[in-house]
Design a protein around this ligand. Structure first.
Ligand code: PFF
Length: 442
């Protein structure tokens, strides 16, 4: 359970509560969800298993693991990419984590239920474009992440995830129940359950696959790093399936928490990335006119959930770099945390300022924040996943992959599934990733 909690802690995050609902809203609802489920089970789960087999077979940080498997310069660079990606991601991820911290404080101080919808209008825009307040929250969030990681894997990460993941599930179920009982929520449920295939375009496929990678933390060295700590007696297939199912069910619960509330307020679900920060406070404020206590409670629970989910994921992102610095470079854990806090804090500050004073700065036509996000999800994570499946499917001997995924053949159900899993890792996953790269380019 602790292993699944740690993996699920990494998987369940802003990707589920912030990204998934707005992508569902932008891509026409149920059809997107079906694609997302299919991709998760048949592509992302095998990639997850490939990465965890690499991590546990090598039992070292991901840069060293890749260097063992691919000797020479190429191996070093591939390994380095897997260390760099999560550090890159945590820099801008903690900007959104900082927003969730600010919104949590506002929810607790009853700001959303006390303000009228008119007063709230534009407040998100004003907040993120402020020259230093969001930077402060970004650094606060990153500092909290570094503090948990500094305690180590057992007494920091494992302990934190063991209580926070069950708490998160309880919170999201409560919120979903509340949201589903709102007047007019039925339309939102219909939107989530009735597929409209006429809205499906090539973009829907790219978004669904990209979201599935992002959500399971693939191609970012995290699964390799966490798996290097997993005991040989643990069942990796069970851990993988458990993680994928918790991640999927949490994303669906988040969808059922947000979309029905959005429909109930008569708002269009396609607001994009601002959906939870702009639209939800407006809904809480509206509801407060009839049920102030329930609305206050729902707003607090909701932003507590986002904050915890974001934190368990950012912890996993930072741990990859910490494992590299402590194992390969001889750093003490505490100093490694300080160093990465400074580096990621600085890069994240630039991303945060791209909503305010640096809004004119452009890289390849994108703002710094959008550039960071699209480079990570469309390039780094995709390449990282491709490297992992090639290593697990074509470089690691079949017998070693078999040993890791079936505990030396002692798990009979796993042994029966192994040929199908290896086929998915060797052929289906690399082709799926190449298709994703090609369609993104087109
Ligand atoms: N999987 C997490 C989420 O969905 O929020 C966080 C995450 C981890 C995102 C690793 C991206 C990544 F490379």
């Amino acid at each position: 359970m602790a292993v699944i909690a740690a993996f699920a802690g990494s998987a369940i995050g802003l990707g589920n509560i912030w990204r998934f609902p707005y992508l569902v809203g932008e891509n026409g609802g149920a059809a997107f969800i079906l694609l997302y489920i299919g991709f998760t089970l048949f592509l992302s789960l095998p990639i997850f298993l490939a990465e965890s087999a690499i991590g546990r077979s090598q039992q070292v940080n991901c840069r060293a693991a890749v260097s063992f498997l691919v000797p020479g310069r190429a191996g070093k660079w591939f390994g380095f990419l897997l260390v760099l990606t999560p550090l890159w991601v945590v820099s801008y991820y903690s900007v959104v984590g900082g927003w969730s911290l600010d919104y949590l404080i506002r929810a607790v101080s009853l700001d959303f239920v006390r303000s009228t919808p008119e007063q709230l209008s534009g407040s998100f825009e004003r907040f993120i474009s402020h020259p230093w307040v969001p930077v402060l929250f970004h650094l606060g969030f990153l500092g909290a992440t570094a503090a948990v990681v500094a305690f180590g894997v057992k007494s920091g990460i494992e302990k934190f995830c063991k209580w926070s993941i069950p708490t998160l599930f309880i919170l999201i179920v409560l919120i979903a129940v509340y949201s589903l009982t709102l007047p007019g929520a039925g339309k939102g449920v219909e939107y989530l359950l009735k597929p409209d295939f006429s809205k499906v375009t090539a973009h829907t496929f790219i978004d669904a696959l990209g979201q599935s990678f992002f959500s399971l933390s693939l191609g970012s060295g995290i699964v390799i790093t966490y798996s290097s700590y997993v005991k040989k007696s643990e069942n990796l297939m069970v851990a993988g399936v458990g993680t994928a199912l918790s991640d999927l069910s949490f994303a669906l619960l988040a969808g059922f928490s947000i979309i029905p509330a959005v429909f109930s307020a008569g708002i269009e679900p396609g607001a994009g990335p601002t959906l939870i920060f702009d639209t939800l406070p407006f809904i809480f404020s509206n509801l407060a006119q009839h049920a102030p206590i329930l609305s206050a409670l729902a707003s607090i629970l909701f932003f507590v959930a986002i904050f915890i989910a974001a934190l368990t994921s950012s912890i996993s992102l930072l741990e990859v770099g910490i494992a590299y610095l402590t194992e390969d470079k001889g750093f003490r854990r505490g100093w490694a945390c300080v160093l990465l806090f400074v580096l990621c804090g600085a890069f994240g500050t630039l991303c945060s300022l791209s909503f305010g004073p640096l809004s004119q700065a452009r890289l390849m036509g994108l703002s710094l924040f959008d550039f960071a996000d699209s480079a990570a999800s469309n390039v780094f994570m995709v390449l990282g996943s491709l490297i992992s499946v090639i290593l697990a499917g074509w470089v690691i001997p079949r017998s070693e992959l078999f040993r890791e995924l079936t505990n030396g053949g002692t798990q009979h159900a796993n042994a029966r599934l192994f040929p199908a899993v290896r086929f998915l890792i060797r052929y289906v996953a690399p082709l799926g990733i190449l298709a994703l790269i090609l369609s993104s380019l087109i």
